[in-house]
Design a protein around this ligand. Sequence first.
Ligand code: PRP
Ligand code: ADE
Length: 170
Amino acid sequence: MDLKDYIRVIEDFPQPGISFKDITTLLNDGAKYRQAIDELKELVSELKIDLIAGPEARGFVIGAPLAYALGVGFVPIRKSGKLPYDTIEIGYDLEYGKDTLAMHSDAIKPGQNVLIADDLLATGGTISTSVELVKKLGGNVIGTAFLIELVDLNGRAKLDGIDVFTLLTY
Ligand SMILES: O=P(O)(O)OC[C@H]1O[C@H](OP(=O)(O)OP(=O)(O)O)[C@H](O)[C@@H]1O
Ligand SMILES: Nc1ncnc2[nH]cnc12
């Protein structure tokens, strides 16, 4: 079975019309989870990455092990109200709602090369907001990496020339 066979698709969650790609079934299998991270690592192997940033919560599940595998630091991009120090925050829309993302104001040193990683690219609201936050802190966004891309939603269009690396497409 390939990696896609480990993604469970739930129709009409969390609201009618959404075809939800549930990665918990992949995460549940140690060998497949490792394979997914190893394959993502291979996809971004040409980049000179200083830091990986990942948006809460599923971006942590992909971004942190990828950072570990590459031997670079990890920066959490969190939903509003969770980070204890000074933050910068930006509101955004996603496929099924609205939210606000935040980063610590000292999380990135100006000029650091940052890869932003998440489990899934849908409308691109989350990733484009993450890019905006990283840039605001002076980071150089050298790419974005996803386990899954929902191609029809054209999230790439919001990324304005930034490289997108994805393992699985729907
Ligand atoms: O491209 P978009 O339309 O922005 O959608 C993609 C985002 O939606 C999901 O996160 P969600 O906000 O549901 O949060 P979670 O990771 O905490 O479940 C997913 O993990 C991506 O971050
Ligand atoms: N269709 C989808 N499945 C899983 N996570 C998502 N985040 C945004 N759209 C999603």
